[in-house]
Each structure stands twice: as structure tokens, then as C-alpha cells.
Design a protein around this ligand. Structure first.
Ligand SMILES: [Zn+2]
Length: 116
């Protein structure tokens, strides 16, 4: 299967290599998959947000700009995110954005994206 041309990584390495190395059960991964610059520059369908709360422990975590932009461009891109307190990746169902919207697109309180 050819690599999706929209797919890049925070380290500049190949998406396949980064995905294969995301095996550590705790701690942040060395690198993350993101949408490439050209794809993110096409416009956001959700507001740009980088701060979110883990509902289980109540701790706020801030994500890096490229990952936050990837969420804003494609809110379905990730299925899990990192909590600095739990020091682990947890399902999006456990998180809320700082503006109060759930991060999980399947949540009834989640707001439908605007066309970019
Ligand atoms: Zn937590």
C-alpha cells in the first residue's frame, strides 16, 4: 500500500517508521504522525486548540502546534492523546478541549465541523 501523501511526522522520518516505533506503553512517543504542512494549510474545519483536560485525573495537557493544527484540519485523525499526569496515551473519549467541547467526535456534545 503506498504511503498517504498527506501523512507526515513530527520528526521528519517516514510515517511507517514512526508508527512502528510507537510501542512504549508509558511516556510520550519519540515522534507523531501529523498531516503535512500543505494539507494543514488548506484550512481548519475546527477551531485551533492546543490545551485539553483528561477527565479522569483533571489534569491539563498542551499539545504541540503541528498536532493541534492536525486536529483542527481533521478532527478524526487521532484516536488517543497524551496526558502528562497519567504519563500515557488514553482514548479521546476521556478528554475535553479547554473550551468545553469533548475531543471524541462520537460524543453527542461534539460540534460538527465547518467546511474549510
Ligand atoms: Zn490523566
Amino acid at each position: 500500500m503506498p504511503t498517504d501523501p498527506k501523512l507526515c511526522t513530527t520528526s521528519g522520518e517516514s510515517p511507517d517508521k514512526v508508527r512502528a516505533e510507537q510501542t512504549n506503553p508509558t511516556g510520550q512517543h519519540k515522534a507523531y504522525l501529523i498531516l503535512c504542512d500543505e494539507e494543514r494549510e488548506k484550512g481548519f474545519v475546527k477551531p485551533y486548540r492546543e490545551l485539553y483536560t483528561h477527565n479522569v485525573c483533571g489534569t491539563e495537557t498542551r499539545m504541540s502546534r503541528a498536532i493541534a493544527e492536525t486536529y483542527a484540519r481533521d478532527p478524526y485523525f487521532y484516536g488517543a492523546t497524551f496526558c502528562v499526569h497519567c504519563n500515557a496515551h488514553k482514548p479521546l473519549t476521556e478528554f475535553t478541549w479547554s473550551d468545553g467541547e469533548p475531543m471524541y467526535p462520537g460524543d453527542p456534545a461534539w460540534r460538527q465541523p465547518e467546511p474549510a
